[in-house]
Every structure is written in C-alpha cells, then in structure tokens.
Write a protein of this length. Sequence first.
Length: 327
Amino acid sequence: MSIIETKLQELLDKEINLTQSHISQGSTSHQYIRGLLFNRRNTDTSFPWVIDDYLSGSYARGTKLHPLDDIDIMMVLDGAGLVPIGLEQTHYVRGNSDNEKSPVHNHLGQDNLLNSHSVLHAFHKSLQQSHPDSEIKKDGQSVNVKLVSYGLGIDIVPCFHIKSRTSNEQDFYYIPIGNGDPGWLKTNPKIDENISKQLHEYHNKKLKSVIKLLKYWNRVKNNERIRSYHLETIAWNIFSKQPTSIISMIQGIKCFFNNAEEYLKSNIYEATGFGGIVDKYMTPEDRQLSINEIRKAQANLFPTSALLTIEATISKWRTVFGDKFGV
C-alpha cells in the first residue's frame, strides 16, 4: 500500500467513518421508533397501519459520514382500497369507498384523493406524543425526530409500495411531495441501494470509501454546496462507465475529479429511473464554485511535475482534503 493510500485510510478512520458507539446508539434509537410506529395501531385505531419498514439514505448505503446526525426510515403503509393514479412527476392516490377498513382512508380529501400532508401530520402528532421531550417537526417529505441528547435526527417517511404488474416494470414507492403539497412522488430507494452495492462490489469494495472521502472534501473544501445524494449520483454515473474496476482509493478519487465537471455543467437525474432532477436545488453560483473546487483538486492531484518528493505529494493531497490529511 502506498503512503498516500495509507494516509487516506487514516483520514477515514480518524475523521470520517462512524464509530461503533455511534452505530450502536443509532441502531437502538431507530429500532425503538420503528417499533413504536409499527405497533401504534394497537393504541390508536385512527393511525395508518404500518406493514413494513426499512432504512434508506446514506446510512443504509454505508456512505454516511461522522458525526451520525440523521437516519432515514421508510414506513410502508397499508394501502388497501387505494388506487395509484397521476401524471408526470406529481402522483395521486384515490380512495375506494367500498373499502374503508384501513384507517389511512381518514386522510382522503373531498376530492377522494389521499392527502400526503395529512398523513405526515398524523405521524407528526403520534411522535409528539411518544417523544414529548424531543423536537418533532415536519421536514419536507418526512417527520424529523431530533434526539437532542444524542445529536441525532431520525427522518420518518410514510410511503406506499406499488408493486409492478409485469416483469418489465420496476416496483416503486409513493412518498409525500412535502412542504404542504397533498400529492405524492414516485421513487424507490432500494434501487439506489442496489446500484451502490453492485458498483462497490465491481470496484473491489473501494467505492464506498471513495465516496465518503469525496463527501469529506465537499464538506471541508466546497462548503457542502453539493448535497450528499447529488454527489453519490455523480459518482454512480462516473463509476458505472469505467471500463475497468478501480484497485485503490487513489485511483477512485482521481477518476472522480477527472470526470465530475461535466456532470455539474448540466442537470443530472435520479439513478432510480423515475425522472427526478437531483440538482435542481443548486444555484448557478454554487454550481460554478463547485466546478472551481473540482478544478483546484485536479491541479493538485495531477501535477505537471512527476518528480515530487513524498512530502510535496502529501502537501498536494492535503490541499484537497484539508489540514487533517497526513498528520
């Protein structure tokens, strides 16, 4: 292993990877909340029935950085008597008046469409009752439980699993649009997880470490202008097109910085294939500043002189990854 590869691993171990204590505490916290919501039907007959749940996001994919500040949980609801309908990016769920057994029907509007904002409010109310000492708020598409004593936020996303009718179609999930909108969005976090896992395996199990190092660069050098999921989507696009697998973190990092600029010059879409634009949040200024930082990284990782000393090489990499690299 080269000196730079060793220094990258040391940076991961000291500054980036989650500690075992954080993982254990996070596991205890999210399992407790999942159990509460799953069993809520036993104490509140009006609460939507939860039939399944699973972790999603970077925590589930193994690309979360220290400190562990949030965990995403998908809570799959019983949708008996509901029919998915909709056009383009906004979707709806229509009720069936012949089936009113599932309490989720309490959230049908006068138009007989299921109101995602109303469903989020039900989760918000329930979590306020179960966690009176925690900060509970509706946060976009989820309800966030802020466990202040641990500095940990758990995002609860109510959803419906829509199974495909044919082998040519993908299963998907309806999740709330958020921000007061009553509609639903189509997505499937499990596809993201499969893409991440397959690419990680193909690239000699180096890719998740590479992605975490890139997120750290984005934190210490790019003021986190690129959101976590956006950065991973760029990486998935880059590494899915590589003709050969990477054999080191050095190779992976150089590959990213050598190819990332083109993916920041135009819109990039969700890897799930459901059509959402991942980078629509970016301002033109933040887009250009991110490109500038990528170019700075290129200049340091691909020096014009190949005769650098070890000390000079470490200094170049420190310019990319900050003062804690190589110390």
